[in-house]
Design a protein around this ligand. Structure first.
Ligand SMILES: Nc1ncnc2c1ncn2[C@@H]1O[C@H](COP(=O)(O)OP(=O)(O)O)[C@@H](O)[C@H]1O
Ligand SMILES: [Mg+2]
Length: 277
């Protein structure tokens, strides 16, 4: 503790929590319980990642926050979701966008028969100000290769479509972006590039981010804090560094690829990891 901290009567500076999810349960079709008490906090301006195997409930968590759950007959049946101290659980997706949260959905839902600029303008649909043109330039600053693509967005590569989906989110001038598996289907090199840009946008634009990923290694290197979920529950959380050094994380999520040791000891964990993919 520093001297100043000892002398002062004040409490240590607490982070401003912009999004707070408290013990939520989510049910689909009135019967299928998918989230079994999820809690997580996202401090203002930080990048928090939510990790976990396929089917864990990561996308459901994001949809509960963005309100998109409603469009899939899902409902938050217990717990609270607060954005800047205000309850948003079961609000409409439109209301939530207006409050400042924008979700980039899994699988890059861009409009294929529109141009890049038309897609970007769609992201600004809630805005009435005159800064839209400047913001298109801002998107091109982060993703220069999008500027060169003048045809229909359907002709963009997978990586470019992901960039466009993120660019469209920026166009809404959100306080917070929810990103669902931006690395999906991209080459390792491109994943690195996209994550670097996401981190820059987070830092330079001050946009708070909640990033869902299966690519734990990459996500934890970019994130301030991470949560790991399995079967609708949070099983582990910690700073990016803590999770990168955690033994269970190393065994189940972080090994693999080229660094995977082909020893017998790893066979068990390999099998278990396979189940998660
Ligand atoms: N619209 C839906 N209706 C019913 N069940 C769903 C729906 N969407 C997802 N699920 C189920 O909820 C669980 C979690 O799914 P999801 O949130 O997509 O997981 P993740 O994103 O972690 O892969 C899965 O078992 C999935 O089958
Ligand atoms: Mg998902």
């Amino acid at each position: 503790m520093s001297e100043a901290a000892v002398k002062s009567d004040e409490k240590p500076v607490e982070k401003e929590i912009v999004l707070s999810v408290n013990n939520i349960e989510v049910v689909y079709d009135e019967v299928i319980l998918v989230l079994r008490g999820i809690s997580l906090d996202v401090p203002k301006g930080e990048l928090v990642t939510l990790l976990g195997p396929n089917g864990a409930g990561k996308s459901t968590t994001l949809k509960a926050i963005s309100g998109l759950l409603k469009t899939e007959d899902g409902e938050v049946t217990r717990g609270t979701i607060e954005f800047k101290g205000e309850s948003i659980a079961n609000s409409s997706p439109d209301e939530i966008v207006r409050k400042g949260i924008f979700q980039v959905m899994e699988g890059r839902r861009i409009i294929e028969d529109m141009t890049v600029i038309e897609n970007l303008r769609l992201g600004a649909y809630t805005r009435r100000d005159k800064g839209i043109k400047d913001d298109i330039e801002k998107v091109f600053h982060y993703f220069p290769r999008l500027k060169e693509r003048t045809g229909m967005a359907g002709y963009l590569s997978g990586g470019e479509q992901q960039m466009l989906a993120i660019g469209r989110a920026i166009m809404a001038r959100p306080e917070m972006i929810l990103l669902d598996e931006p690395s999906m289907g991209l080459s390792p090199l491109l994943v690195k590039e996209v994550f670097g840009i996401i981190r820059n946008i987070n830092k330079e634009q001050g946009i708070t981010m909640l990033l869902v990923e299966q690519n734990a290694n990459m996500a934890l290197h970019s994130a301030n804090y991470g949560y790991v979920m399995e079967s609708g529950k949070i099983v582990l959380d910690g700073t990016g560094e803590e999770l990168l050094n955690n033994e269970d994380m190393k065994e189940f999520y972080l090994a693999g690829g080229e660094s995977e040791r082909k020893s017998f000891k790893n066979l068990k964990s390999y099998k278990r990891r396979k189940r998660w993919m």
